[in-house]
Each structure stands twice: as structure tokens, then as C-alpha cells.
Design a protein around this ligand. Structure first.
Ligand code: ACO
Length: 376
């Protein structure tokens, strides 16, 4: 075997894909040919989901049908026995573990569970994308000792999620901010969780298994889990007045600063700019901009001293916190958007499949003589 390998598969091209393009030098993110900045300005999450799954922007009629499917109570509702399963979990279970468990369990209730045809996978993608926000919100209510709220089919996916979490209709700014956050997180090429989904799909396994794999990969702090860690850092810093000293000490101590750096972007992640603006607007609306102020100081220091730039996870949490969302729900929120991308990639993988099975560069011994147990 050749000993040439790329640690972490850096820059290794695994497959062709029509779904998402990242220009890491220019800081551009493109879904199916459309710049994410244009989608943020003109589109909605539901429209972006259609774009990712069908390959193009929908007509008005197609969008209406697609919206209806994603918002139908029959698709958003959780099976009562699944709610029973959630109630049986220890209250301290983290929301990301609940989501992983819940998505896996949902396959047992899915009428298309055993069918991996293109049409059935599409139907399962609709249901899972509609159910995951309900699952995340239901756990939030259950762990606080409250009854889960029924989804409202009249609300967008963003507004309905915020409603099911708190029982309050979100302000227009909160709904719009959340919708933009969903658009920005919807896909990102062959990131770790999407790759995990594709590896699973490439064994000709099903959508629920692929998404369960992806959720496990997203959870880690080097990937989606970073947004929670950013907020823990803000909580530690506490005040903008001490942020500069705090971050310079962390840099001197060679601490890995969450919310910075990226395998592909060599400049600022284009998603960070939108999330910063929205976090600042929401902060002003609720009368507390301290998290964004702290993060701005941290960003100036990290970029100035280390030339490492903010990524998508730096400001998203500050926006969610202003909506009253607890920190450990930030990564599940990432997942309720990214399921759109995962599903698009599973469908693309199934449409042109080959098992993904790389090799390792073996560095262990090869010709040891077996030693019987009583002589070791
Ligand atoms: N803080 C401090 N130093 C950093 C950071 C950071 N956030 N990111 C990279 N570096 C430094 C590393 O120490 C390393 O320096 P060295 O060569 O002197 O040792 C160099 O930059 C390269 O870092 P790697 O870890 O090799 O880069 P890699 O491409 O493997 O990692 C990653 C990318 C995991 C995103 C990394 O930048 C990181 O750990 N960031 C913090 C976690 C985070 O925010 N993750 C979310 C990413 S976006 C997403 O997944 C949704």
C-alpha cells in the first residue's frame, strides 16, 4: 500500500455532487448554483429545501404543495408512542442525544421504513424534516415538566418550531432570523456529518439510518457542537469589559477557540456575517447586546493575532439565546436545518451509488508469533 494519505482527508475529493459548492478562498457558498446571500435575501427555508431536493427553485404552485407537505400535521406530528419513549428518558439526557435516539426510533413508525426507492426516500425526507422540529421542541417541554405542544400547520417551519418550544407566537424578527439561520445551515458540501450520512447511504442503508449517523457526527465540538461551546465561552467571559484580556490569555495558552477556523474557508465564513447581523438586531430588540459585543472583541483578537476567521458557529448561539433558547438546544437546531442537506445527499448517493470504503495505512506489526495465554 502507498503510504501517501491526507490526515483528516483534507482536500480529498470523494465524489462529484451537484448540491453545494464552497469557494474557500473567496468565501462563497452556493446551493444548486444560487449564492446563499441571494437565498437569504429572497428565499425561505421551505423554498431552499425544495431547491436542495429537486435541484431547482419551485414554481409558485410547486412551492405551495411543498410547503403544505412540510407543514401538514400528519407529517409534523410525533407518534404518541414516540412521545412515551421520550418521557421514559432521564430528564438530564442532552437534547442532541434525544434527537439522535428519536430520529432512530422514528424509523420504526415510518410507513416507508422498508422501502429505499427514490419516491419512498423523498416521502421519508419530507416526514423527517417536518418531525425533527417537533421532536426537539417536545423534549424541551418534557424535560421542563410541561406537555408538548401540537404543531400549527398554518405556521412556517421556523415560526412553528419557536411556537412549539415556548408556547408563544414569535415576533416577526425572531421568525425571520430563525428562517435565515435555517437557510444558512441547510447544506455545506462534504462536511463531517454529511459525509457520515453518505457513507451510511452508500451501503444502501436507509434515510433514517443515514440521518442518525449524521446527527452523531454533528454533535462533536469540532463540528456542529461548536455553537454550544461558543456560548459557554461567552458565559465564562461574562462582560465585554474583560473580553479582550480573556481572549488574549486564551490565545497565549494556545486554547482552541470555538467558532473559529474551517477546513475549507480561508477567509470569513459567509454565513457568519448574516448571523452576526441578526444576533445584533435581536440583541437590540431584547435589550441585551453583551453576547455580540463579547464575540466581536473575541473575533477581532483571534483574527488579528492568529489570522483565523469566524465560522457559522460563532454568532448563531447569540441569536438563539436572544429568543430564549437554551444553549444545549443550539446543535439540535443546526440539525433541524441540516437534515435538508443530509437528505439531498442521501438521495444523490443512492442515485449513483458505489460503496465508500477507503483504506488505512497500516502501521502495526504483521508477523508476530502467537503466545499462549499462560506464557504472556
Ligand atoms: N482556535 C485556535 N487555533 C485554531 C483554530 C481555533 N478555532 N482552528 C484552527 N486552529 C489552528 C490549529 O491549532 C492549527 O495550528 P498549528 O498548525 O499551529 O497546530 C491550525 O490552525 C490548523 O488547524 P487544524 O485543526 O489542523 O485544522 P482543521 O482543518 O483540521 O480543523 C476545525 C478545522 C476543526 C474547524 C478547526 O478550525 C477547529 O477546531 N475550530 C474550532 C471548532 C469549530 O468552531 N468548529 C466548527 C466548524 S464549522 C462547522 O463544522 C459547522
Amino acid at each position: 500500500m502507498s503510504s501517501a494519505f491526507k490526515a483528516g482527508l483534507e482536500d480529498v475529493v470523494v465524489s462529484t455532487s451537484d448540491i453545494c459548492f464552497i469557494d474557500g478562498k473567496e468565501g462563497r457558498l452556493v446551493y444548486r448554483g444560487y449564492d446563499v446571500n441571494d437565498l437569504v435575501e429572497h428565499s425561505t427555508f421551505e423554498e431552499v429545501v425544495h431547491l436542495l431536493w429537486q435541484g431547482d427553485l419551485p414554481s409558485r404552485k410547486d412551492l405551495e404543495a411543498h410547503r403544505k407537505a412540510l407543514s401538514a400535521t400528519a407529517n409534523r406530528r410525533l407518534p404518541p408512542r414516540l412521545l412515551g419513549l421520550l418521557r421514559a428518558l432521564p430528564k438530564k439526557t442532552t437534547p442532541m442525544d434525544v434527537l439522535r435516539t428519536g430520529v432512530s426510533a422514528l424509523s420504526a413508525f415510518d410507513p416507508d421504513a422498508a422501502d429505499n426507492s427514490k419516491q419512498a426516500t423523498y416521502r421519508k425526507a419530507v416526514r423527517l424534516t417536518a418531525q425533527m422540529p417537533t421532536l426537539v421542541a417536545a423534549w424541551e417541554r418534557i424535560r421542563r415538566g410541561k406537555a408538548p405542544l401540537a404543531p400549527n400547520p398554518k405556521l412556517s417551519l421556523a415560526a412553528n418550531f419557536l411556537w412549539m418550544m415556548s408556547g408563544k407566537t414569535p415576533t416577526p424578527l425572531a421568525e425571520q432570523t430563525f428562517d435565515v439561520a435555517l437557510i444558512l445551515h441547510a447544506d455545506h458540501e462534504f462536511n463531517a456529518s454529511t459525509f457520515a450520512a453518505r457513507v451510511t447511504a452508500a451501503t444502501l442503508s436507509d434515510l433514517h439510518s443515514s440521518v442518525t449517523s449524521a446527527i452523531g457526527a454533528l454533535k462533536g465540538p469540532l463540528h456542529g457542537g461548536a455553537n454550544e461551546q461558543v456560548m459557554r465561552m461567552v458565559e465564562k467571559i461574562k462582560s465585554p469589559a474583560v473580553a479582550d484580556a480573556w481572549i488574549h490569555k486564551a490565545i497565549a495558552d494556545r486554547v482552541r477557540i470555538m467558532g473559529f477556523g474551517h477546513r475549507v474557508y480561508r477567509v470569513e465564513d459567509p454565513r457568519a456575517r448574516h448571523l452576526r447581523r441578526l444576533a445584533a438586531e435581536l440583541g437590540r430588540q431584547v435589550g441585551d447586546t453583551s453576547a455580540v459585543e463579547i464575540l466581536d472583541i473575541v473575533a477581532r483578537a483571534v483574527t488579528g493575532d492568529k489570522h483565523i476567521y469566524p465560522n457559522v458557529d460563532l454568532y448563531s448561539g447569540a441569536a438563539y439565546a436572544s429568543m430564549g433558547i437554551p444553549t444545549d438546544q443550539f446543535t439540535p437546531i443546526f440539525a433541524i436545518s441540516r437534515v435538508a442537506g443530509w437528505a439531498a445527499h442521501v438521495m444523490e448517493q443512492h442515485a449513483n451509488n458505489r460503496l465508500i470504503r477507503p483504506r488505512s495505512d497500516y502501521t502495526g506489526a504483521t508477523h508476530l508469533t502467537y503466545v499462549p495465554i499462560d506464557r504472556r
